[in-house]
Design a protein around this ligand. Structure first.
Ligand SMILES: CC(C)(COP(=O)(O)OP(=O)(O)OC[C@H]1O[C@@H](n2cnc3c(N)ncnc32)[C@H](O)[C@@H]1OP(=O)(O)O)[C@@H](O)C(=O)NCCC(=O)NCCS
Length: 188
């Protein structure tokens, strides 16, 4: 079951995020900071037998379009507890997040991730729609977007992340991880 998260879910969400991102220990703090800074717009949880098994957060960022800044949403992080992975929960969370972004009248939903996973939900390379990634350390194919009903052609430009992503250095990749992901994706 996928449902909006409630404040009393926060304690149960944190260990799920920590377990999913076991090699990236700052990601649970990113969730907290996106919430406490006011950037978080919506969270969804996947429940299995009454317990939180997955989570996704949508937060506010901007596209720096030439006529004006445009408020958009970023999907990050997406977490499924390891023991529940591979059963479709991640997919259900992504589909529900796209629907929630549309219901919120957001013109676009962005993420950084493997196109081999996200393309099935309709995500496409941001560059195909003229968007620029927030950092050169986001491999081109990993910078992805779904444009939604309220998007207009002029709403293009650089994605500017909410502060929390920068404060915790959660933008793009660095070092060997960046090199290996670039090589795997055949990126620049
Ligand atoms: C990525 C994640 C959310 C997927 O959740 P899930 O519930 O296991 O996903 P689903 O069951 O809906 O989909 C499973 C499919 O996705 C594929 N998949 C999972 N992670 C993938 C990845 N990083 N790249 C490509 N494919 C991936 C699986 O191989 C499987 O493929 P299949 O349908 O062809 O068999 C989950 O594996 C997770 O929490 N991973 C750790 C955190 C993470 O990497 N989050 C995303 C950061 S962008």
């Amino acid at each position: 079951m996928i449902r909006p998260e409630r404040p009393d879910d926060h304690d149960a969400v944190r260990p799920v995020v920590a377990a999913a991102f076991v090699d990236e220990p700052l990601v649970p703090d990113l969730v907290d900071l996106l919430r406490s800074s006011g950037a978080a717009r919506a969270g969804l949880v996947a429940e299995v037998d009454g317990a939180v098994a997955g989570h996704v957060l949508l937060s506010r960022s901007w596209v720096d379009a030439e006529p004006s800044l445009v408020e958009v949403l970023v999907l990050s992080p997406l977490s499924v507890a390891p023991e529940h992975q591979g059963r479709g929960l991640g997919g259900e969370l992504v589909r529900a997040a796209i629907a929630a972004a549309g219901e919120a009248d957001s013109p676009a939903l962005f993420l950084e991730g493997d196109p081999g996973y996200y393309a099935r939900f309709g995500f496409r390379p941001g560059a195909d729609r003229g968007f620029l990634a927030p950092s050169a350390r986001v491999p081109g194919p990993a910078f992805q977007v779904v444009v939604l009903a309220t998007h207009e052609e002029w709403m293009t430009g650089r994605l500017v992340y909410a502060d929390a992503f920068w404060q915790l250095d959660c933008v793009g990749l660095r070092g060997e991880r960046l090199r290996s992901v670039r090589a795997a994706l055949g990126a620049d």
